[in-house]
Each structure stands twice: as structure tokens, then as C-alpha cells.
Design a protein around this ligand. Sequence first.
Ligand code: CO8
Length: 285
Amino acid sequence: MLALRASRCVGGARRLLTGGVVGDGLVGVSTVGGDSRIGLLTLQKKPVNSLDTEMLTAIADGVAALEAQPGVKAFVLTSAWEGKVFSAGLDLLEMHEPDDRASLEEFWTAVQDAWLALYTTPLATVASINGTSPAGGCLLATACDYRVMSENPKFTIGLNEAQFGLVAPDFFLDVYTNVVGQRNAEWLAGTGALLDPASALAVSLVDEVLPQGDVGPRSAAVAEKLAKLPFDARAETKRRLRLKTATNLRDTKAQCTATFCDFALQDDVQAALTAYVASLKARKN
Ligand code: CO8
């Protein structure tokens, strides 16, 4: 389990509020500006915070470490790659030509467990979306209680799976629908739309859009406000409101994993992944 590194934040309050690497793990666990009530979970896997099995496990462990830390009431989820990417989503290489079905099952279980950890934590959570956030990145953000996004129009957020021949799994769609509503979810996920920050705000996919430099401080301020509420009442209200969506996944984890593996191992799905991975490489050149 990751240890909380509050002591390493000394003199680093401003840096921690504005992004930056914390420690040497895939995920940094610390506190915001030395405030022991407000945790900071920093995604810091090079180069784009893609979510492979190891990263997903580190996220679940990071949430557990913050929950275990006495006094922590809320945390901010952010990326060390400020101005670039919050998370590029699930690691395409985990799904593309996997070694075997068992490794795919392990990966999908890690996706489920990381999401459940983030979605059901009794701590209050604020996503500080300081970069682009497609697909699995959007899933992480929508697991949080509040979302603050940078206004940079180059950044996008949404479930884009339909654009490249994949189907977003049920729990992705459930939480997306909870946030943007049925009609918006049908249209946006159905077309695989990635939204710029202003469009995301218009459908309540994010709660605030601010200049880059204000995103971290505002996220911390919202977390602070949430931390001041009576903890048990806020946490129990959250638990009740999220119970149905969380239970839907908890009760069907094995079936969800089997469905994902069956789907991902289809020839046409592997072909779609091959084409998409190649398009990312080609875009670079
Ligand atoms: N997984 C693995 N590698 C990735 C990913 C990813 N999701 N995204 C980028 N990379 C790699 C790139 O290929 C590149 O690798 P290399 O250096 O070896 O060529 C490296 O990371 C850096 O990427 P870029 O050069 O593209 O970096 P930029 O800063 O220019 O762009 C972006 C960053 C905007 C994030 C861009 O990389 C991008 O658009 N990535 C793809 C994002 C995406 O569409 N993610 C969806 C993943 S799928 C998902 O989350 C849910 C699927 C659920 C359904 C599954 C059913 C089978």
C-alpha cells in the first residue's frame, strides 16, 4: 500500500495545486498544501496516464491509502501532466493482441476495482481535469463528486469508443448517464463524441471550466468546502445515491469480465484496435 507523503509536500503547496509529480510511483499520494484534511491523488504514468493493470491497481491502492489516513475527508484527483493530458483512458495495448484471455481478465478486473474504489469511496472527491480526458479518463472523472476542467479548447472529454469500433461497457454508460442524463448520453456516447470544455459544461459533464492556472486551486477549494460538511451525513448520502450503479457492477463483475473478454477477442474488434493504435502512431509522424 502507498504511504501518504504529507511530509514531502513541504514548500510544495503551489506546485501541488498546479500539477507536478509526487514521489516516484505511477500515482502520487499526498495532501494539498499541507492541509491534512485534503488528499491529492496524482496520476503520473508517462507519457499520457494510460490505464494499464499496474496503473489501475495503483489508483485503487491510492484511494485506499487516503481512506486509511486519519483526518483526510476529501481528495483531489489530478494529473501531473498539466496542460497536456488528464488520462488517455484505458491502455489500448492491454486490449490489443493480449497474451491470453487470463491477462485480459486480470486487466478488466483491475478496471472494475479501480472504478469501484473511486466511485464508492466515502471521501469527497474532486476531479481536477487539467488536460484531455477521453474514454477511461472520462470514466475516472465521472466517478468523482465534482469536476473542474481547464478551458483550453484543445482538451476534450467524453466516451469516444463508438468512434473507433468499440462499445463502452455498461458501467461506463451507467455513470455517464447519471451525470449527463439519458438523452445526452444516448446522443453523445452513441456518436462517440469528445466534447471541448465549453460543450462539456453545457451538458453538465463538468461542473466548472476555468483558466488552466485556476483549475488546481479551485479544485482544492471545492474539496475543502466538502471536507467541512458533516462527514457521516455527506458520505451516507453519497453511498445511497450511488448504491444502485455500484451494485449493478458488483453483482455482475464476473459476467461483465466475460462479456468484455468475448467482445475484445473478436477478430473485428482486434482489427479496430489495430487500426486505432496505428492511427495514433501515424498522427505523430
Ligand atoms: N493507450 C496506450 N497508449 C496510448 C494511449 C492509450 N489510451 N494513448 C496514447 N498512447 C500512446 C501513443 O501511442 C504514443 O505512443 P508512442 O510514443 O510509443 O508512439 C504515446 O502514448 C504518446 O501519445 P501521443 O503522441 O498521441 O501524445 P499526445 O500528447 O500528442 O496526445 C492524447 C495525447 C490526446 C491522449 C492522444 O494520445 C490520444 O488521443 N490517445 C488516445 C485516447 C483514446 O482514444 N483513448 C481511448 C482508450 S479506450 C478506453 O478508454 C475505453 C475502452 C472501453 C471498451 C473496451 C471494449 C473492448
